[in-house]
Design a protein around this ligand. Structure first.
Ligand code: NAP
Length: 249
């Protein structure tokens, strides 16, 4: 995989899976703009330093990806600095777990805004640039939960199922311009998002994973780099599970 001279942007990349995706894309040659919300600015700068140490260009832009004004500023800043965007990775996401009976409207809206509306806003903002250049890669991070559901995560599962429908629809809209649109559905990946689980819950989860181990952010990043590469040029509208076999059981 060689992404030399490509420009990528990864949302929610101050830590976790997004950070690893940004570093992996830089390792295979891309210049990478990283993004996160304001409070994560310090961690975001450390990702920029690591990317620059790989001799790639990098830029940190703090922005809330659920806000259209922030997203438009984010995309215009990256275009202004690098002149183009070849790869957009819609990664930012949050959970607000609660059984339906107790779930508040705010918990529903927050997750739908940050996990689903953000993909609409970011993709819409980059797509006209990609249409003009007649090439591009859009990769969104969904979840196995969007396919199989999960008690206590109706908001999150709905957002992630939405990402899958969004991906398949936009793939059909922009395919004629050589732009591919795909999603990755991670299973249980070791990050801050999943570290709240206690040992019993963890053991229970392992029983549902044929490969019998948790995934790492690196596992997801490798799949993103592949979908971003020339080698994946004929793959679009696809959802790639990176889940140790979890969705199949
Ligand atoms: P994480 O460690 O919580 O990282 C998510 C990142 O997104 C954080 O840096 C967070 O910033 C940022 N973010 C939150 N709200 C944002 C906003 N409004 N605008 C911009 N950035 C924002 O989560 P992760 O585990 O790496 O998850 C990354 C993606 O993978 C998410 O879409 C998640 O749903 C998906 N996923 C994760 C797993 C898993 O097992 N971990 C499984 C399936 C799918 P703060 O730190 O400041 O909040």
């Amino acid at each position: 995989m060689d992404l030399t001279d490509k420009v990528a942007i990864v949302t929610g990349s101050a830590r976790g899976i997004g950070r690893e995706i940004a570093l992996k894309l830089a390792e295979v040659g891309a210049d990478v703009a990283v993004n996160d919300i304001e409070v994560a600015a310090e961690s975001l700068e450390s990702v920029v330093k690591e990317i620059k140490a790989l001799n790639r260009r990098s830029l940190a832009v703090t922005a809330d990806v659920s806000s259209s004004a922030d997203v438009n500023r984010l995309i215009e800043t990256v275009i202004g600095e690098f002149g183009k965007i070849d790869i957009l990775v819609n990664n930012a996401g949050v959970t607000r777990d609660q059984l339906l009976m107790k779930m508040t409207e705010e918990e529903w809206d927050t997750v739908l805004d940050i996990d689903l509306k953000s993909a609409f806003l970011c993709t819409k903002a980059v797509i006209r640039h990609m249409l003009k250049q007649r090439s591009g890669r859009i990769i969104s991070i969904a979840s196995v939960v969007g396919m199989v559901g999960n008690a206590g995560q109706a908001n999150y599962a709905s957002a992630k199922a939405g990402i899958i429908g969004f991906t398949r629809s936009i793939a059909k809209e922009v395919g004629s311009r050589s732009i591919t649109v795909n999603a990755i559905a991670p299973g249980y990946i070791q990050t801050k998002m999943t570290e709240q689980l206690n040992d019993d819950q963890r053991q229970e989860m392992l029983k549902r994973i044929p490969l019998n181990s948790l995934g790492t952010p690196r596992d997801v990043a490798e799949a993103v780099a592949f979908l971003a590469s020339e080698e994946a040029r004929y793959i679009t509208g696809h959802v790639l599970n990176v889940d140790g076999g979890m969705a199949g059981v």
